[in-house]
Design a binder for this molecule. Structure first.
Ligand SMILES: [Zn+2]
Length: 429
């Protein structure tokens, strides 16, 4: 099955098979590289990376974020649909489907600009030095800062890996939600003790004298929000250590992170259609698409599309399948208007096509030359063009809303039999 990924952030980097978001100073003396999604079933890591990419402003030095390294496995919610990508950094067969991803991320890791690398995971259980049961034991990975060795052989900064990992651990442990979430440092002593880890991303980095750490939150934490919370605490500590100054646009607490994790942003299709993905219904029908070459742009760095064999489009954010779009095929009209006028409380508002427009009570879409207005879920008695009609909330058929709260409706514009565009009318409660 074909995987299609079109991401709003990646316009200048279209050649990469994942998203790379660069923030801060291009000529920084310190650049922190954060990698999420090497394992597709570890959402704490990639949702944290995605929040980092969209809700942090870098004021000094630089932050590079790859939120979706193994994007096809994220969509499938599997560790690795082509096997474990984190065992492919020593050797990889040229015909391995992961070859390009591994090759490209290696190049980024080895970029002279990158000062320190973080690889984000959700691991099993809660790491304890002594065995305390099947969840709390020395073989668990959860709630650790993982290093491959105590230090690396370089005169460059950040060479003392154990010292850095310990200070990160100590800082996180001051902010625990529950006592048993305590972090520890796990040194895998990779060179001597851990054959499997010699094939890992971090070991590749440290053998090239590049400081690298893995952060493992626990798969046994009760919510995605908690995992993201601990990932962000760890990343912020690494930003402090590397001198990357930041501002975030939210206060760090569980309630705020929950809201951010559930905010899926917007999907733009062919630059003609916009869909608000938060609270979107599980299926949407009669979406005006082209029969081929549709372009999908997400405001969320983890957005992706997969076309089903039978022709509909599955829309994902990370490992969550949000909705299925069932198309109705149209030709796209030429020279379409890029705005329309909506009358609200007798006041005229210019509304972009496509965009989401908030209304209270009722609205009127003003008439445009040669354009037919179709408000989906409204049936008029006057004819097929629904401009110049006052439409109150109560006259809309709720089964045509795009959201589960029945507040958001499609207003579509056509020129003869060709599609011109769509905007959303969003009723305030
Ligand atoms: Zn992992």
């Amino acid at each position: 099955m074909k995987l299609i990924l079109f991401l709003l952030f990646s316009a200048s980097l279209y050649a990469l098979p994942f998203n790379l978001i660069k923030k801060g100073d291009e000529n920084a003396s310190s650049t922190l590289l954060v990698i999420g999604g090497i394992h597709g079933n570890e959402p704490g890591g990639y949702f944290a990376a995605s929040i980092l990419a969209t809700h942090y402003k870098i004021e000094k030095n630089a932050l590079w974020v790859v939120p979706n390294l193994n994007a096809p496995s994220i969509q499938a919610n599997k560790r690795g649909i082509n096997g474990d990508m984190n065992r492919k950094f020593h050797k990889i067969a040229p015909n391995d489907p992961d070859t390009n991803r591994v090759k490209q991320i290696k190049k980024i890791i080895l970029s002279p600009k990158v000062s320190l690398v973080l690889n984000l995971h959700d691991g099993h259980g809660f790491y304890r030095k002594k065995y305390q049961g099947s969840i709390f034991n020395p073989n668990a990975w959860g709630q650790t800062c993982v290093i491959d060795q105590c230090e690396i052989n370089t005169t460059k900064r950040f060479a003392k890996l154990d010292k850095i990992a310990n200070s990160v651990k100590n800082s996180i442990n001051k902010k625990l939600i529950k006592k048993h979430h305590a972090f520890d440092v796990k040194n895998t002593n990779t060179k001597f003790d851990d054959e499997a880890m010699r094939k890992s991303l971090t070991f590749f980095a440290v053998t090239h004298n590049k400081p690298a750490f893995a952060i493992e939150t626990s798969k046994n934490l009760t919510s995605l929000t908690q995992k993201v919370f601990y990932q962000l605490l760890a990343i912020e500590e690494f930003m402090k250590i590397t001198g990357v100054k930041y501002q975030r646009d939210f206060n760090m607490n569980i309630e705020n992170i929950k809201k951010l994790v559930q905010n899926y942003g917007f999907l733009y299709i062919n630059d003609k259609i916009v869909l608000n993905l938060s609270d979107i219904k599980k299926t949407l029908r009669f979406i005006p698409l082209k029969s081929i070459h549709n372009t999908f742009r997400f405001t969320h760095p983890l957005g992706s599309v997969k076309r089903d064999k039978s022709g509909f489009y599955n829309i994902y954010i990370g490992n969550k399948r949000l909705t299925a779009l069932f198309p109705q095929y149209f030709e796209i009209a030429k020279d379409c208007p890029v705005t329309t006028t909506v009358l609200l409380n007798k006041k005229k508002h210019k509304v972009k096509i496509p965009s989401e427009f908030f209304v209270k009570g009722s609205f009127v879409v003003k008439r445009m030359d040669n354009i037919r207005v179709n408000v989906i879920g409204f049936s008029s008695k006057q004819g097929i063009d629904e401009s110049e009609i006052r439409i109150p909330y109560g006259r809309l058929n709720k089964s045509y809303s795009i959201d589960r709260n029945n507040l958001i409706y499609r207003v579509e514009f056509y020129k003869a039999n060709e599609f011109c565009g769509m905007s959303l009318i969003h009723f305030r409660k």
